[in-house]
Design a protein around this ligand. Sequence first.
Ligand code: G
Ligand code: G
Ligand code: MN
Ligand code: NA
Length: 256
Amino acid sequence: VGLENELRAAIEANELHLVYQPQFDLGTGRVIGLEALARWNHPRLGPIPPEEFVPLAESRGCIRALTRWALSNACQQYLSWRDAGVLDADVVLAVNVSSQHARDEDFLPMVQQIIESLAMPAALLELEFTENALMLGPNDTNPLVEQLKDLGVQVVIDDFGKGYSSLSYLTRLPVDSLKIDLSFLQGVTENNRDRAMARAIIALGASLGLRVVAEGVETDDQRQFLVENKCSFGQGFFYAPGLPVADCTRLLQQSA
Ligand code: G
Ligand code: G
Ligand code: MN
Ligand code: NA
């Protein structure tokens, strides 16, 4: 009767759903991406946050089921938006991936099977990993990144700056983009140190040729700071939180 059994059943019963947080070009306001975020509305307990049910799935052996569900669901929704003509051709779909999959031999074939069976354009799919997941030892990077690149999908480092890994691994990982952890943006309009740190991370990503996305853009001042410092992309409550499908459709129609 534990929550873990309920989670497995909930995945099968479609009790979970995805919301989509749009990512924007901070200069033009154009939508450039959509990040799928899982939600569980428990019939008795109410909403259970992913910070609770993702670790539960990880410890109870149902993380593959959760990831398979999230990835295929998100791709299907993305393709239906494309078919409806509400997405520009270069809008990407971002899906969060548990760090457990960084060492999971079944993960790569699972991704391949899902994108092939749904005819999802691989280049428009971004998989987000935390930096700790991609770092094996001080000198070893995860071969999964190369394998995913060979499949044609984009690999993104999520929550960048929050982990414990050394910066040198970044130069060895063929990732496509960095998402700056939202903690770095929090103080940029008040505090010189936070500003210096945020600028350094943006410059680091840019100098490595990576696409840099700021997370947690909550104010127009933060947006302006980013634009002035050449961070072109961001997401956050200033624009929109994770939106249910109907609300996201409306936003996409309005910005099309
Ligand atoms: O959406 P929210 O800010 O509540 O997300 C909280 C955390 O849960 C974030 O770290 C996010 O990456 C993670 N998360 C959300 N959806 C998924 C998912 O489908 N799979 C995994 N592995 N993590 C997710
Ligand atoms: O770890 P990841 O980046 O995947 O987590 C995304 C989480 O960040 C989502 O749960 C979302 O609710 C949250 N989030 C998105 N935008 C903002 C924001 O502007 N401010 C804050 N505090 N949280 C945000
Ligand atoms: Mn994320
Ligand atoms: Na993040």
